[in-house]
Write a protein that binds this ligand. Sequence first.
Ligand code: ADE
Length: 205
Amino acid sequence: MKRAQEKGLLEVHVHHLRQWAVNEYGQVDDYQYGGGAGMVMMCEPLAKAIEALSADRQYDEIIYLTPDGETLNQKISNTLSLKQTLLLICGHYKGIDERIREHFVTREISIGDYVLSGGELAAAVLVDSIGRLLPGVLNDETSALFDSFQDNLLAPPVYTRPEDFRGWKVPAILMSGDHKKIEEWRHEQSLQRTQERRPDLPDQL
Ligand code: ADE
């Protein structure tokens, strides 16, 4: 992601919500109505932040990272990589006031069924998975096409030198120079691996 930014292919700006705090103490959260442990991030700082940032840029999506969002997958990353500008909201504590979700947020994404202490790592994961899909970010531009999940298939096994390591040999087909056969073998390995490890992925046969 650093190189993508240096090449001007990706811009990431981090904005601290306390700039839009409700008082001089930097307050951005408060107790939840109805009682119960845990603080909730207030409407006002979030609304002000979203409005101030939207004045500078038109956002294609305003995404809230949250464990109750749709689970991130390659298809979502592919879709988001085609957008120009995204605003990612990282929650903390119990989350953000529901009214912000209703009135500003256009998409809610979880990076998996576990709870992080804040949305920042989830946002970093999302930015990384989107950023590497931008044309020119990867050295070999075609390589993202063959990633695991790109066709709902896991990637085939890969090997590099030496051909024989401690008697453990590289499959002979890969040394054959027959590119058609190699592609068939790789596809077969992908199918087999997907069936064994991720039978839940939609069928690609
Ligand atoms: N914030 C806390 N946990 C999260 C998760 N699993 N995904 C996205 N955002 C989160």
